[in-house]
Design a protein around this ligand. Structure first.
Ligand code: DOR
Length: 429
């Protein structure tokens, strides 16, 4: 099958390319990029007025399988991804059972192949049962094809254990993704520790908990010469430490979420559980520092930490409700509205953080528009205005901190292996 994506504004960070041209796709692969391409026999997708980018990758998503299909499934989560313009996700292992054995990885791969509307990478656990005590079967999981390892949701406390995990993972050319919050400092806390938590009378999770965790990981990366990736970075010290470590040549990378770059702890004043997340939404100085980190390349990837929960669970009192909320269907719109259209971050930087950034961290042959590559493309209408309506989400999770907001900028189509899986907001599979 041949598809011609015609007349779009191709923004391809790997080649520093930003120009109007056509992309010819044959049998799922990009065949040519240029003008006046021969379209004989091709289905034509008119992309005029749209940005055409390499397929967006979200390397931090919770598809909740195995075992938590009331919250999300591979089928519903990947449809949400397609709706959100995301062509590939990496799903986290804090499931039930935990993804800590090759047989579970294989099961998930099978599911992803048969039920996934977009591509799915599996992240294996670092420790058995996420308990931080015994290494999970990392070698066997690497062989089964995991993209990385993480105990996401929990910080890997034990320094010696973390050192061994980093060294072991690097033998398989995999990165460790760490959820950086020192446990003793955040115990019992439900929001960022600061003026707002004091006024609300809620116990906080201090920024220094993240700072200490990130500092430890950077020091271990330096000592072991192995890579580490900081999940959902959210504090100014953490961003600054990553910046300085990178300048020293230490192998550290970092990701940030739209929520930590756009929202602050002020949103918590109504005790609204839609804004409860770990690490928590912080004060504006931290938010600003994360945005600065994206601008100067300290932050490599934009991720959602898409964390669906059942409505009944979130509809609880603040201290009881689980942390996390969905993000796949709002990620691009939120970033374009609050970071691009406000003139804060340029489009090339944003698209890089959704494409080449995560592809490099996970060692994926993706995130690039070039002949021979998989035809994964994200098409965006930069100026489309729309109102976020969580009831209309493809995700099972309906709790979103962006609900009812007016966004400017929306994914117009999602193409995976040359197949249009979403057009104008409608998932076609
Ligand atoms: O708020 C969060 N929820 N943060 C995490 O790191 C995990 C996630 C979840 O799995 O619900």
């Amino acid at each position: 099958m041949t598809l011609l994506v015609k007349g779009g504004r191709v923004i391809n960070p790997a080649a520093q390319q930003d120009e109007i041209c056509d992309i010819l796709v044959e049998d799922g692969k990009i065949k040519a990029v240029g003008n006046h391409l021969d379209e004989t026999g091709a289905e034509v997708f008119d992309a005029s007025g749209l940005v055409v980018a390499p397929g967006f990758i979200d390397m931090h998503v919770h598809l909740r399988q195995p075992g938590q299909s009331a919250k999300e499934t591979v089928a519903t989560g990947t449809r949400a991804a397609a709706a959100g313009g995301i062509t590939r996700v990496a799903t986290m292992p804090n499931t039930n059972p935990v993804i800590d054995k090759s047989i579970i990885v294989e099961g998930m791969k099978y599911k992803a192949e048969h039920e996934g509307v977009v591509k799915v990478e599996i992240v294996g656990a670092i420790s058995k049962g996420l308990k931080g005590q015994e290494l999970a079967a990392m070698g066997a999981m690497a062989k089964a094809g995991v993209a990385a390892f993480s105990d996401d949701g929990r910080y890997v406390e034990d320094c010696d254990f973390m050192r061994k995990a980093m060294e072991y993972a690097s033998m398989f050319h995999k990165v460790i993704i760490d959820h950086c919050e020192e446990q003793a400092l955040v115990a019992g806390g439900n929001m960022h520790e600061g003026i707002v938590s004091n006024e609300l009378g809620l116990k906080g999770r201090p920024a220094v908990a993240e700072d200490i965790a990130v500092a430890r990981d950077i020091l271990l990366a330096e000592a072991t010469h192995t890579p580490v990736h900081i999940a959902h970075i959210s504090t100014k010290n953490a961003v600054d430490m990553v910046r300085r470590a990178k300048a020293k040549g230490i192998r550290v990378t970092a990701e940030a979420t739209p929520q930590h770059m756009i929202l602050t702890d002020e949103a918590l004043r109504g005790y609204d559980t839609r804004f409860k997340v770990n690490p928590p939404l912080r004060s504006d100085d931290h938010r600003q520092a994360v945005v600065d980190g994206l601008k100067d390349g300290t932050i490599d990837a934009i991720v959602t930490d898409h964390a669906p929960h059942e409505w009944e669970e979130k509809d609880e009192e603040f201290n009881v409700a689980p942390s996390g909320f969905v993000g796949l269907e709002t990620s691009i719109g939120a970033v374009l509205t609050y970071l691009y259209h406000t003139g804060v971050v340029d489009l090339m930087t944003i698209i890089r953080a959704y494409t080449t950034g995560p592809a490099k961290i996970l060692n994926l042959p993706a995130g690039v528009i070039a002949p021979g590559k998989d035809a994964d493309l994200t098409l965006i209408d930069l100026d489309k205005e729309w109102v976020v309506d969580s009831d209309a989400f493809y995700s099972k999770g309906k709790s979103s901190p962006f609900d009812d907001m007016i966004f400017k900028g929306k994914p117009a189509a999602t193409i995976v292996d040359g197949v249009v899986v979403m057009k104008n907001g409608e998932v076609l599979r």
